[in-house]
Design a protein around this ligand. Sequence first.
Ligand SMILES: [Zn+2]
Length: 391
Amino acid sequence: MRGPSGNGDAPGEWEFAGEWARRARGMLGGFPVEAAERASALIFSCYERGGKVLACGNGGSAMEAQHLAAELVGKFERDRASLPALALHQNPAALTAVANDYGYDDAFAHQVEALGSAGDVLVAISTSGGSENVVRAVLAAKEKGMMTVGYLGGEGGGGRLGSLVDVPVVLRASDTATVQVGHLVLTHTICGLVEEALFPNKAVFLDRDGTLIVNRHYGSDPDGIELLDGVVEGLVELREAGYRLVLVSNQSGVARGYFDEPAVARIHDRLQRMLDLHGAALDGLEYCPHHPEGAVSPYDTECACRKPAPGMLRRAARKHGLNLSASWMVGDIEDDVEAGRRAGARTVLVGSEESRTPPDFRTPDFAAAVRHILDIETVKDRSTSAASISL
Ligand SMILES: [Zn+2]
C-alpha cells in the first residue's frame, strides 16, 4: 500500500493510523462511569414518570443525538416497549424555518419550547461545551422545568454547558474526534442501563382457548371453563422460575355480538379464581374484542391488538416492564406464533396445528411446553455461570 506522501517508500507514515485508536484507549481509560450512571438514572426516572428525551447537537454531535434517539425509540439490546425520544435536527423544515427567521443560534431552543415538557430530559451534545445553539437549548429547557444532561469534552469541566446542565458527562480528550468516540460509548452505556432498569422482567404470554382451557366455540359461560391437563402445575413452575404470566386472548365474539365485554370479564374472574386456588393466578390478562368483520360498533374494526398482531404483548410489556427477548409466547395456532415472533419473544406451538411461521418449539401439550422453557433457562444459567468462571 502506498503511503500518504505518495512515494510508496515510507510505510511508516501509515503508523499514524494507530494514533486514533491509542487516543481512544487513553480517553476510555478515564471514562466517567459515575457521571454516566447519574445521566442514566435521570433518564430512567424521566421515563418512569412518563416523560421523553430530546437531544441536540451539531454535525457529529447531531448524529450522536440521532443515534441516542434511535436506540431509545427502537431497541438497544433487548426487545421491549418503545421509549419516546427525538433528535431536534430531525425536522429539517422546522430547523431551517427557525434558523431563517430567528438565526441558527435559536434553532434548537425554539423546538425545546415547542416540544419539551416539565420532567422531560434534554441531552445537550457539544464536544467543546460551548455551541451557542446548544447552550440556548439548555436555557430553554430549564425555563420549561426539564432536566438536562450534557455530553461534553475537553480537559476542563465541559465549558459553558458544564456549569449549566444538571448532569455534565465530560469525556477527557483534547481533540473533537476522540471526544466523539466517548460520546458513542456514553450513548450505549445510557441505553443499556436504562433498558435494564425499565425492562427487568420476563414473561410467558399465554393463549387462552385451546392452550389453558378447553376451547368451546365462542364460549362465554364461566361455569363452562375447563382447565387443560398440566396447566395449573405448569403455571406454578413458570411463576417459581420468575416468569410473569400474561394471558393474551382474541375475543372477537365481542365484535360479532355473541357476548359483551362484561361477559369476558366474568370468564376471566372465574379463571383467575380457579388458578389462584393453586397459587397459579395470572399477573395480567389482555384480550382483543375487535374483528374487522364484526357487527358491533366500535369493535368492528381492524386493530393493532388482534393476534397475529403483537399489540397485546407490547401493551403488557409496557405495563409489566418486560424484556421481550427473554419472554415466551405459548399458543395452539399460527397466529400465536406470529404474534410472539413479531413482539420479539420466543415461541412454543402446542398441539398439532400447522404453522407457516415456524415456532422455536413444537410440543404435544402444555406440560411439555413448560419443560422446554425451563430446560432452556437451565442451560442458559449453566452457560452463564461457566462463562463467569472462565473469566
Ligand atoms: Zn384488537
